[in-house]
Design a protein around this ligand. Structure first.
Ligand SMILES: [Zn+2]
Length: 141
């Protein structure tokens, strides 16, 4: 499968991610992105997932049980987990050094939410030696 090169993000999904981040302004929120496509990825749903990191103020770690549950639910269908999102409550919506260390899946879409102002940026890490590349985001009503 080819690495994602563009992301279609419906306004309702973007607003759901921003809303989740705004409800936990002191902690990083996180969730999984359900969608379709490989090079041109369309996100259809943002599923909020518990952040089980020991320092959720600065880190996120997706609850593996919820990830398994979503994997089971999407198995055999057209939809799949295309990536995940998390917020940077204090910092800019850019991947951190920690995020880069965690970027093991070259096909995973990373959405990062900033709160000042509320914004969603998308990235992909096709090669960990190179690091993250920004994914152009196409908004959809
Ligand atoms: Zn981060």
């Amino acid at each position: 499968m080819a690495a994602p090169s563009q992301l279609i993000l419906p306004d309702a999904v973007r607003d759901a991610m921003i809303g989740h981040a705004q409800r936990t302004p002191a902690l990083e929120c996180c969730g999984l992105l359900i969608g379709i496509g490989d090079e041109l990825v369309t996100v259809l749903e943002a599923c909020a997932v518990r952040n089980i990191a020991t320092t959720p103020q600065r880190r996120f770690e997706i609850d593996p049980q919820e990830q398994f549950r979503l994997l089971r639910e999407t198995r055999g269908g057209d939809l799949r987990i295309v990536g995940h999102y998390h917020s940077h409550p204090e910092g800019p919506p850019e991947p951190s050094a920690y995020d880069r260390d965690m970027a093991h899946d070259p096909e995973a879409v990373w959405c990062i939410i900033g709160l000042n102002p509320p914004v969603v940026e998308a990235f992909v890490c096709p090669d960990q030696a190179i690091g993250f590349v920004r994914l152009p985001v196409i908004a959809r009503p």
